[in-house]
Design a protein around this ligand. Sequence first.
Ligand code: SF4
Length: 419
Amino acid sequence: MSKSKAKELSKKNAKRINVRTPAIMERVQAEVEKHYSSQIVEKLHKGDGRLSIGNTTVRLAKQFGFCYGVERAIDLAYAARRVFTGKNIYLIGEIIHNPEVNRQLRQMEIKNIGGGSPDARISELGEDDVVIVPAFGAELSLMDQLESQGCLMVDTTCGDVMSVWKRVRKYAKEGHTSIIHGKADHEETRATASRALSGGGQYLVVLTLEDCDYLCDYIRNGGDCRDFLARFEGAHSRGFDPDVHLQKIGVANQTTMLKGETEELQRRIAAAVADRDKPGVDGGESGSRFQFFDTICGATQERQDALFEMLKEPMEMLLVVGGYNSSNTTHLVEIGGKQVPSFFIRDADCLKSLEQIMHFDLTEGSELSGYSGSIMNLEKTITVGVTAGASCPNNLIEDVISRVFELRGHSREEILGSG
Ligand code: SF4
C-alpha cells in the first residue's frame, strides 16, 4: 500500500467519539456553571444592564463574554475529561484565550502539547491518547499527524472558523491567493493559512492598513520583490512570489477582527485590483480576479455593536475584561479607547485602588500600571462601563463589577440587594 493511501486509511480510522451524551452533559453543565457563572452578571443582563448604588453606576454592554463557540469548546473539553477518565488528555495550546479557563482545564489534569514547554512530544502520542483541538482550530499538518498516529480527537473548532476554511479552500481551488486579514502568529490565522495551501494555493497575511496600502501599491505598480517578502516575512506561504501570486486575489479574515477595518481593507484591495485590471487592459476583468468574503463571526460583531451602543451614553471610564492575547477583546479596547479612558484588564486584581489600574497597554504590548487619575474619586458621581471579550467567563466580570463597587465603599450584599 502506498504511503499516502496508508495515511488516508489511518485518517479514516481516526477515532472521533461523541462525548456530548445527555448524561455527560448534565454533569458538565453543572460543573461549567459552578466554575464560570455569576449571579450579579445574570441580574444585570436580565435587567437593563445598569446597576447604581449611591453615586456609582456600572453599565454592562448588552453582549459580552462567552460566545457560542467558546461555550461549546469548554463543554467539549469538560465532557472529554468525564468520558476518558483514565486516559491522558492533551490540549493543543490554549482552548481559548483566557488564563482562568486554561487554569481550570489544567486543574482537571488536561495537559498541553503546545507552547514552549509541552507536557509530551507530539510524535510520541498514540491510540491511547486523547487530543483536544481548540476553538480556533489547528494547522492541517498537525491534525493529519495526530490522526495518522491514531489519537482520539475531540475537535472543538468553532463552526465560524470552519466557514473561513471553506472559503479559502474555494479560493485555492479557483486559483486565487488568499489574503487573510489577521495576525500571522494567531492560532486561528495559522490554521486558516494551512487550509489556503490546499491544492497548491498561496496565502498572504495582512494585519494593518499600512501593510494593506503597501500591498495595494505593489498590486498597482509592482515593486521590489525582495522588499515585499522582507516586509511580510513570516506572513506568507512558502514560494510566494508577489509578481505571480497577486494576479488573482480572494480576501478573508480572522473571525475576530474589527469590522470597520476589515471592510476598509477589502475596499482598498478591491480598488487596487480594479485599477490594475482596467477593462481592456491585458483582458483584465477585476471581477473575476478579486473576491472577498466577510468572515467576521456573529459573536465578535455583536460585542462590537453592543459596545458602540453603550458608548452612545456618557461614561467616565470603560473596563474591558479578557485575556491579553485575545484578539476580539483587543478590538473592544480599541473601540472604547477612541471615546473614553479605557483599561484592558485581566481580572479584578488589576483594580488596585481608586487611582491605580494595572492594564494591558496595546501600544507597549505589555501590562502597565496605569492611573485613572481622579476619575474614580469618591466625591464624584461616576458611570463605569464594563464589557468583556468572547473568551471571558461571567465570574471574572462579576469580580470586576464587585471590585468597582468595593473601591467605592459598597459591599457585594449591597449589590445583590440593589435594584
Ligand atoms: S469568537 Fe467567533 S469564531 Fe471565535 S469561538 Fe466565538 S463564535 Fe467562534
